[in-house]
Design a protein around this ligand. Sequence first.
Ligand code: 4AD
Ligand code: MG
Length: 429
Amino acid sequence: MSYIKEVLNDEYDGKSVHLRGWVYRTRSSGKLSFIVLRDSTGIIQLLASTKKLPENKYREISSLTIESSLEITGTLRKDERAPTGYEVEIEDYILYQRNENYPITKDQGEEFLLDNRHLWLRSREFTATMKVRSTVFKAFADFYFNLGYYEVQPPLMVSTAAEGGSTLFKVPFFDEEVYLSQSSQFYLETMIFSLENVFTISPSFRAEKSRTWRHLTEYWHAEAEAAWLHNEEMMQVEEKMIEYIVQEVVKNNSEDLQTLGRDIEFLKKIRAPFRKIRYADLMKMAEDWGLGLKYGDDLGADEERAIMVHFDSPIFVTHYPSYLKTFYHKPDPENPSEILCHDLLAPEGYGEILGGGERISDLDTLLKRMEEYGLEKENYYWYLDLRRYGSVPHSGFGLGLDRLVLWILHLNNIKEAIPYPRTIRRTKP
Ligand code: 4AD
Ligand code: MG
C-alpha cells in the first residue's frame, strides 16, 4: 500500500501500485471512466475500463459518487493530461463505502459550510491549511525546546482573572463558579522560579461579544515566560521564533502554500530582526498617514489594519501608555506612565498576533497597580507571593497561533484558520 504522493514519480512508471482513499472527482464516457482519488497526501487520476474490469465491476465503479471510499490496484503510467501528471489503470478494487448524496457541493453559503465543517474539512484548501497549522504548532515547540525551555501544563479552570473581567467565561463548578483561562501567563510565572524558562501551548477562552475577523472565543495560545530576561531581550528571542516558524512553513509546506495561493517569495523575506517602534512614534506616523489617531488611542482591529497595510514585515510596538494595557506590565523607569511591553503586529493589514513584555517584579509597585485596577489582593495571593519570595526580573509573551496561521496563509477570517471555530454564535459541530 502506498500514499498517492509516493507514487507520483517516474520511478513508478509502468509499475503496479496499490492505493486507497476517497473519490474526489469523476468523469465518465461510455466504456471509460476517470476517477480522481484523494488521500491525505494528494490526488491522482484513475482510469477504469471494461478492458481490465468485468462488466459488473466496471458498472459499479463508473457510477461512484464523490467521497466514496475505496482501495485499488493498477498500473501507473506517466500522462501529461492527468491532473497530477500520472494515471493509474485500475485492475481491481475493493469498495469500502458507496456514497449517497454528499451534502457539500459547489457554491454553498458560509453558514452551510460552517454547519458542515466536519465534512468541509476534507476540501483541498482545508487540508492544506491544517497541514500548515500542524507545522506552525510543531515549529513553535521545537524552537523553544531547542533553546532549552521546558514545556509545562497550566490549569484551564481557574479562579484568578488574568486579562480583565469583561471577557471572562464563568462556568458552574459544583457549588461554586470558575473561570475558563484567558491566559496561562500567571501560572507560567510561578514556574520560572524552578525551571527558569518555560512555555505552553494551551487553549485560552475569551467571552468576545463582538464578531470580528480575528476573534475567537476559544483559541490556541502559545505562551512563554523567562526568568532574568528584560523586555528588549524577550523581543530578540521572539523575532527569531517568528522567523523560524515562517521559514519552517516555507520549507515544509510549499505545495500547501501553492494550493492556497499564498505568495511564497513574500514569506521567504520574513526575517529577524523586526522593526521596533515606540507607541508614541507610531502615533506620529499614523498622523502622517492621515489615520486620525492620537496618543492615548487604543488600537483595535480596524486601527491596526490601517497601520499595518504600510508594512511588509512584522513590527514590534513598544512603550504603550500604561492605561491601555493590563496591570502586570512593568512601568518604564524613565517614564513611568509608559510600560515595558510589546505587541507584535503582522504586516499586510493583519495587526496584533502577539502581546508580551516585562512583568512587575516589585511587590509594592504591583500592589499599587492592582489597586488602580480595582483588583482584590486576596484573589491574587499566590501571584503576589512570587514578588515576596526570590523575585527576579522576568518577561514573557502570548502568541495567538490561530492568528499566526491567519496571517501566514493570508486568509480572510480567523475561522478559516482553525478546524472548529468557536464564536459568539457558533458552538457546532
Ligand atoms: O494580548 P493578550 O490578551 O495577552 C495575554 O493574554 C498575555 N497574558 C499573554 C502573555 O504575556 N503570556 O493575548 C495574547 C495573544 C494576542 O496577541 C492574540 O494574538 C491572541 O492572544 N488573542 C486571540 N486570538 C484569537 N481570538 C481572541 N479572542 C484572542 N484574544 C487574544
Ligand atoms: Mg494584546
